[in-house]
Write a protein that binds this ligand. Structure first.
Ligand code: BGC
Length: 361
């Protein structure tokens, strides 16, 4: 017995030595929050994809707090990372964290959201966010008949550069249809004031977003939708069209509209193909989502990191202006998913198992 115990002890000591000798992570990944399924999706896909690499990786979440995000980056710097993959909570506030990393010679890859106002970003991996907004807007257009259709506009957080691009994309197709009377904006005086302008400046976009922001927050989205419905007359309702910026806010806004007795029907957009929204689409409670295949974004980010670790230059497909520099970017396409193609796009493609949903046919 004693002998066995001694052997276990020796083995444990040997193992802890190996553990001590193990190098720290080469790649640090910082994601914005665990409170939205979107970013849990990214974490899951990162873990899956990383199984096939030999590099040490650590993933941290910032919980919607730029101070926590900075601490996360500092912790990863002290562990000796060589590449930082970071999706900022607030694009401008994250500049300080990126600069701290850059000062240590770390390559900074902005993931999904661009870090703005700094030259400390080396690369950007992103979906085509303009196309996300344009596809949302086009979906509403394709479902509308005649003139005077009530339109309710919602946006993401103003601290997220993507929120501007999504809205700009949606506006690019919706504005002509507002100008020709197909749609009538019901919930934003700022958007009404700009409705004859095809292209908006960042300031103008900021004015509208400031008024109809959800801050990417489900509760804020719900409260705002309820307030808009309370303020609107019965004639402003009926068959309504809703530009909702993403799935989480779409579900919250859809629930509010569904509960209003003067709303006969609603068409509502989304993005991310979150499981809860896929179920909403199957159940006819959300009209569409824009599917952004996170596996591709994760693969692009990892490939980029590995290329950098090998001392080579990653391939990019374009650039994004972050207000300070043009950041070299790799961009991924997106697709519209609605009830008719939910199975082929998300289940048959192996993205989600059918068993995660009910009522699928
Ligand atoms: C992402 C979306 C996400 C939103 C809220 C955006 O930057 O691109 O996919 O729904 O943030 O987290």
């Amino acid at each position: 017995m004693k002998k066995i115990l001694a052997m276990i002890l020796v083995l444990a000591m040997a193992l802890s030595l190996v553990a001590c000798g193990k190098k720290g992570p080469e790649v640090g990944i910082v994601l914005p929050t665990k409170d939205e399924p979107r970013w849990i999706q990214d974490e899951t896909r990162f873990i899956e994809a990383l199984k096939s690499t030999d590099y040490g990786v650590e993933i941290l979440f910032s919980q919607g707090d730029s101070a926590k995000e900075k601490q996360n980056v500092e912790a990863l710097i002290s562990k000796g990372i060589k590449v930082l993959i970071i999706c900022p909570h607030d694009g401008a506030a994250a500049a300080a964290a990126a600069e701290a990393a850059k000062k240590e010679g770390i390559t900074v890859i902005s993931y999904d959201r661009l870090i703005t106002g700094t030259d400390a970003v080396d690369y950007y991996v992103t979906f085509d966010s303009f196309a996300v907004g344009a596809k949302q807007g086009q979906y509403l257009i394709d479902k509308a008949n005649g003139k005077g259709n009530p339109l309710y506009l919602y946006a993401g957080a103003a601290s997220d550069n993507n929120a501007f691009i999504f809205f700009e994309g949606a506006w690019s197709v919706l504005q002509p249809k507002i100008a020709d009377g197909t749609f009538v904006i019901k919930n934003s005086s700022e958007a009404v004031a700009l409705q004859n302008k095809a292209q908006l400046t960042r300031d103008e976009l900021g004015k509208i977003i400031g008024q109809v922001t959800t801050n990417w927050d489900f509760n804020e989205a719900k409260n705002k939708a309820e307030a808009h419905l309370t303020a609107a007359s019965a004639e402003d309702k009926g068959d309504v069209f809703i530009l909702a910026p993403n799935d989480g806010t779409a579900r919250a806004i859809a629930d509010a509209f569904a509960a209003d007795k003067d709303v006969t029907s609603y068409v509502v957009t989304g993005q991310d193909a979150e499981k809860a929204s896929v179920q909403y689409i199957i159940d006819g409670k959300q009209s569409m989502t824009v599917f952004k295949d996170v596996r591709t974004l994760v693969k692009d980010a990892i490939d980029m990191a590995v290329t950098v670790l090998k001392g080579q230059t990653p391939a990019t497909t374009g650039e994004y202006d972050n207000g300070k520099i043009k950041v070299k970017a790799k961009q991924t396409e997106v697709i519209v998913v609605e009830k008719t193609n939910v199975k082929s796009a998300l289940i048959d493609s192996g993205y989600y198992p059918a068993s995660d949903f009910t009522g699928l046919n």
